[in-house]
Design a protein around this ligand. Structure first.
Ligand SMILES: [Zn+2]
Length: 299
């Protein structure tokens, strides 16, 4: 494999397992309508969105998680979480009811990812890669803490978010002016049901695969430790039990694609002991601590 190839995404191969450690960085909470996390599948987009907007029942507080991976190649941050600027009146587009009434996001300044990394003794310059599962507003809020970092995102997701100008849950006007992520390059092999992969480490133990539906170009990050496989799932689902029950979310742009991605993840998890870590699942912390896999582990 040539040097150029090795430099893509900062990775070279797919397949190995590695010593690694994952830490949850909770950057505040949301309290969305129940219909945001779980929506009937066979209704049109407008019906689904209205269902979210007019749903009065709330889920109760759920986390807005980013994740830190410590790997021999260096530190990888997956998503950047949300920002305390959310409470500024003009921060979010006011005309979009999904934003203004929708999610009830609360972020204290010390909950932002930069402050939390600092508290762990980590400066942003120590982070080797920042990888985005997608560019929704509650995943990009902490980008400003990484002005000099290599940042990777799906090129498809980036183009879509820019084209939609704030109407797809991504808010380009709030991105730092310098934000110009490198597109993830899917030059790695198929992994189980996923047709191709984007290696993020030289040993191939961490890589991205495509899991679209929630938004165009959504990806998940797979990190294979010595004994378990962790999936930093972004918004592939809001709760593991919903994914297990084939329930799609209320923000999805394409429920059929969401369902196909969720089913691919289940197929993947039947072949290796997989711990699912979605960005907003209140169970993610305990699942990570206890190594709870999606399916029982074979003895
Ligand atoms: Zn999202």
């Amino acid at each position: 494999m040539d040097t150029f190839h090795l430099e893509k995404n900062g990775g070279g191969a797919v397949g190995a397992r590695s010593k690694l450690k994952i830490t949850v960085i909770q950057t505040g909470t949301g309290n969305p309508p129940v219909r945001l996390i779980a929506s009937p599948q066979n209704i049109g987009t407008l019906h689904r969105r209205l269902g979210v907007i007019f749903c009065r029942e709330r889920t109760g507080p759920h986390p807005i998680n980013a994740y830190l991976i410590e790997h021999p190649d260096g530190l990888i941050v997956v998503d950047t979480g949300d920002t305390a600027r959310k409470s500024d009146r003009d921060y979010m587009p006011r005309l979009n009811p999904g934003f203004s009434r929708g999610i009830d996001i609360r972020v204290a300044p010390e909950e932002e990812i930069g402050s939390q990394l600092n508290a762990m003794g980590i400066r942003s310059s120590d982070v080797r890669l920042v990888v985005m599962t997608h560019l929704h507003h509650d995943h990009t809020g902490g980008l400003n803490h990484f002005p000099h970092n290599r940042i990777l995102a799906s090129g498809e997701n980036l183009r879509f978010a820019k084209r939609m100008r704030g109407l797809a849950g991504a808010v380009p006007r709030n991105w730092p002016r310098w934000f110009d992520p490198e597109p993830l390059e899917f030059f790695g092999p198929a992994v189980g049901p996923f047709a191709r992969s984007a290696p993020l480490t030289r040993d191939g133990s961490i890589f991205a695969v495509e899991a679209p539906g929630h938004i165009t170009g959504h990806v998940v990050i797979v990190a294979r430790s010595e004994d378990l496989t962790y999936v930093l799932a972004g918004d592939l689902t809001y709760r593991q039990y919903l994914l297990m029950d084939d329930v799609v979310d209320g923000m999805t742009e394409n429920p059929a694609l969401s369902l196909a991605s969720q089913r691919a993840m289940k197929q993947f998890a039947q072949n290796e002991p997989t711990v699912l870590l979605p960005a907003h699942d209140p169970e993610a912390v305990s699942r990570l601590a206890d190594g709870l896999t999606m399916y029982p582990r074979s003895p």
